[in-house]
Design a protein around this ligand. Structure first.
Ligand SMILES: Nc1ncnc2c1ncn2[C@@H]1O[C@H](COP(=O)(O)OP(=O)(O)OP(=O)(O)O)[C@@H](O)[C@H]1O
Length: 273
């Protein structure tokens, strides 16, 4: 479905990563983990053709990304960006309806069926009440949920999500993760491929997702979460001691050690800040 081979990525011709290869197939969830600034968003934008690859190849359903129009890419891949600021005060439902655009003819307007799909997407995420609200005035987490609804409405076979749970509260994180799992493996609908980035390695365990560990623009680990996410690999990638522990229920969780030797502020210093 999505294949990247020996991809080099960067901005304005300046490389920030190279030698990147990955595959996502229907029913698979691929979880991209790595420190701030390692190149996750740049990789996603390159996979979506939003910025040019500096080398290597991306193929979508066997076709070279370079030869596809924006509409063809949008029919194949839905994108949930990290941040999104529309230039006009759209209602949330209008943002979700934009997900239908790739399915319409050049000058066609979304119809009643498209509106029903958009409303169902909002409902599925428990945010039907936001439909008529001004998107630009929603909280960061509410906006993120609306963008996920837009990706659902797009009904593309592959979904790329850049930190989809970043500004969500605890309950909404769980809701969105459940949707991610359903998107990929819901027996009632067609299987989809999902690739998401996150700063929480526990999510890879919770989703049973394949893992790509990235550092400084390179892939430094990959595989099933139990193999790729070890105390050693996570400590090396994030530069802090991390242990991976099994809870009583049998679930694996990642626990960073808080360094006792880190400089700490005295009460006086804290009161002055
Ligand atoms: N538009 C841009 N022009 C030039 N450099 C950029 C641009 N966007 C990002 N970069 C640089 O590319 C590098 C990778 O950034 P990127 O946003 O891909 O990292 P990331 O892994 O997604 O980070 P985070 O986890 O903080 O979101 C960083 O050094 C960043 O400063």
């Amino acid at each position: 479905m999505l294949e990247a081979r020996d991809l080099a990525i960067g901005h304005g011709g300046k490389a920030i990563g190279a030698g990147l290869s990955l595959d996502v197939r229907p029913g698979e969830i691929l979880c991209l983990l790595g420190p701030n600034g390692c190149g996750k968003t740049t990789l996603f934008k390159t996979l979506l053709g939003l910025i040019p690859a500096l080398g290597g190849q991306v193929r979508v359903d066997g076709a070279s990304l370079a030869g596809l129009s924006r509409a063809q890419i949008a029919q194949a891949v839905a994108y949930v960006p990290q941040q999104h600021a529309p230039p006009f005060p759209y209602e949330a439902i209008e943002i979700v309806l934009m997900g239908r655009t790739a399915r319409l003819g050049a000058f066609a307007q979304p119809g009643a069926a498209d509106r029903r799909v958009a409303e169902a997407s909002l409902e599925r995420l428990g945010i039907a009440d936001l439909a008529g609200r001004d998107y630009s005035r929603l909280s960061g987490g509410q906006r993120q949920l609306v963008l996920i609804a837009r990706a659902l409405a797009q009904e593309a076979p592959l979904v790329v999500m850049d930190e989809p749970t970043a500004s969500l509260d605890f309950g909404n994180q769980a809701r969105v993760l459940a949707e991610v799992a359903k998107l990929a493996r819901d027996a009632e609908s067609e299987e989809r491929g999902v690739i998401l980035s996150t700063h929480d390695p526990d999510q890879a365990f919770a989703l049973g997702a394949d893992v790509l560990l990235m550092r400084d623009g390179a892939i430094v680990g990959r595989g099933r979460p139990e193999e790729a996410l070890t105390g050693e690999s996570l400590s090396a990638v994030y530069g802090v001691p991390v242990s991976v522990e099994r809870t009583e229920s049998g679930r694996l969780v990642c626990a960073p050690a808080l360094r006792h030797s880190a400089p700490s502020m005295t009460c006086d210093a804290l009161m002055m800040t």
